[in-house]
Design a protein around this ligand. Structure first.
Ligand SMILES: Cc1ncc(C[n+]2csc(CCOP(=O)(O)OP(=O)(O)O)c2C)c(N)n1
Ligand SMILES: [Mg+2]
Length: 360
């Protein structure tokens, strides 16, 4: 366990050659594409909320390199237990922008028929488990999945993603302890964005870092520059390989910054120092990766312009279709809750139908 921050690409885009992962030009462009897609979806999502077209929105602005880098180290069969600030992993597994907007609108085409808040995605067929609103509950869930995989002799891994504030929950400690004792194929990805709504990291822990906590549990811990997609990828790939070899779990602390407010219901300008945000804006993960690609001679301006244009067009089209969909059917409120509807649910549905005859 090292307290040092793992960095592969410096802020000026220069690379640490010895640490550079061996990825093809096409793979590097893929990483860029995934980060840009998340950013462009977020930009529109927040605007739609401000226009009163979406009820709520959570932006991942500034944190794209964390989950894109980590998600890139996983195979499709691996399980991902998300936080609410990492939509890119689903997209990397083929979730379309359209599916994402159906979820944001909670319409009839949404996989969960509007049962979840916006940004609380659920992609069952992509091994991305539903986002849990109660913080950190995804951690023991991932540990349980890793335990089951070990028990069955499967070679897959489970990754749980969560925030810095989430490390103060009991579930974090219980989950990490269990995973280390049983040497489970589990990776814990802490998106340390310095804030838990308006509570700064300094009020969250007295430890010198989040990563150092791994030492006490008896697992590997690594502190990585979360605005450096190649560093996050490198640390995650090492953790995933270790887990597949049966060498147990890893805690990754990705040091990053929440460049937007906590959610559309928050105003971070009331509690974050302006200079802090300005300083982190200069570390923007997407701009840094662009600098790296330019230095490497991989950057292609026409390709980047087209990518941006195409993604924005997909977003616009997805919004149009999502807004034209009907609301979920009233009866769907009791679907997918239990394998079979309980008599109580049937009774409540009958009550609803009686009191809301106008709703389909
Ligand atoms: C168990 C629980 N307690 C409190 C909340 C309310 N809450 C929602 S998000 C949040 C902050 C979480 O901060 P962090 O884990 O750092 O994640 P971030 O939002 O910064 O990505 C809080 C306190 C909750 N959802 N669940
Ligand atoms: Mg946080």
């Amino acid at each position: 366990m090292s307290g040092k921050l793992l960095q592969v690409v410096r802020e000026d885009g220069q690379v640490e050659k010895a640490l550079e992962p061996r990825l093809s030009d096409a793979q590097l462009k893929e990483l860029y594409k995934h980060m840009l897609q998340v950013r462009l979806v977020d930009e529109r999502g927040m605007l739609l909320q401000r226009q009163g077209r979406l009820g709520f929105y959570i932006s991942a602005e500034g944190q794209e390199a964390v989950h894109v880098g980590a998600g890139y180290a996983l195979e499709p069969e691996d399980w991902y237990y998300p936080h609410y600030r990492d939509p890119g992993v689903g997209m990397m597994r083929g979730v379309t922008i359209q599916e994402m907007f159906h979820q944001l609108y909670g319409n009839r085409a949404d996989a969960t028929h509007g049962k979840q808040m916006p940004n609380h995605y659920s992609w069952k067929d992509r091994n991305v488990v539903s986002v849990s609103s109660p913080l950190s509950t995804q951690i023991p869930q991932a540990v349980g999945t890793a335990y089951a995989m070990k028990y069955r002799g499967q070679r897959h891994v489970a990754m749980a993603s969560f925030g810095d504030g989430s490390t103060s929950e009991g579930d974090f400690h219980v989950g990490l302890n269990f995973a280390a004792v049983w040497k489970l194929p589990c990776i814990f990805l802490c998106n340390n964005n310095q804030w838990a709504i308006s509570v700064p990291l300094s009020k969250q822990t007295a430890s010198e870092s989040i990563a150092i906590k791994a030492l006490a549990y008896g697992m590997e811990g690594v502190r990585v520059d979360g605005n450096d997609v190649l560093a996050v990828y490198r640390a995650s790939k090492e953790a995933v390989d270790r887990a597949r070899r049966g060498e147990g779990p890893t805690l990754i602390e990705a040091v990053t910054y929440r460049m937007s407010s906590h959610s559309s219901s928050d105003d971070a300008t009331r509690y974050t120092p302006k200079e802090e945000l300005e300083a982190w804006k200069r570390k923007d993960p997407i701009l840094r990766f662009e600098r790296y690609l330019r230095n490497k001679g991989v950057w292609d301006q026409a390709w980047a312009d087209q990518l941006r244009e195409q993604t924005n067009a997909q977003v616009a089209q997805a919004i149009q279709l999502a807004e034209s969909q009907p609301k979920p059917k009233l009866g769907s409120i009791v679907d997918d809750v239990f394998a079979e509807r309980t008599p109580q649910l049937e009774e409540q549905l009958a009550d609803l139908q009686r009191t809301h005859p106008e709703v389909e």
